[in-house]
Design a protein around this ligand. Sequence first.
Ligand code: AMP
Length: 213
Amino acid sequence: MSLSARGTYHRLAMNICVYCASSSAVAHVYFEEIRNLGREIARRGHRIIYGAGAIGLMGALAAAARESGGEVVGVIPAFLNDMGLADPALTSLHVTPDMRSRKQTMEDLADAFIACPGGFGTLEEIFEVITFKQLGRHAKACVLLNTRGYFDPLIAQIDRGIAEHFIKPQYHALFHVAKSPAEALDYIDKYQPRPLGEKWYSEADVQTEVGGG
Ligand code: AMP
């Protein structure tokens, strides 16, 4: 990857799946940062895959990317589409039979995943792709965009899981925590998958390193 004189990136365009809040009631700083992310994805020539919503951070992401000339692909289950929740200005829209097939479609289309601050829906979506990566079902980049330290308590929970041997220490590398949209996309643009070993502790591990505690 290199920057041209016009400031555009020379790299294959990627489909970047963004999970983020549908809430419209969150602080201004979250809207600012998701717009920065939408603009930065478009500027680098990548395409957004997201949940198709026109409201909250989802809508702000799509609008900012579009205004910067980016492509925005929505994936929505039929019941939410029937409620009129899909953004009418998408580049394209996939309507799936249900929520599970929606997540599968988003995962299949994506080359990389970014979770921005959000609620249950966002947390469930990013944890599913991290879990599948842990089980070797894919090796795509996963990023938490940690606007305003939103994910700090979640990262502390993961650290506790590691300290208590629920999670192997090397699995911290399943995802990257980014302070800014540029850092998130630099990580994705340079990302090379690397083996993280088997998920489960062996009998020998249990006797030597886990043992007592
Ligand atoms: P939450 O973080 O709970 O606001 O949920 C956001 C996630 O759930 C998004 O990534 C979407 O996949 C899905 N979702 C929730 N509400 C909507 C909506 N109004 N339109 C489309 N998708 C939604």
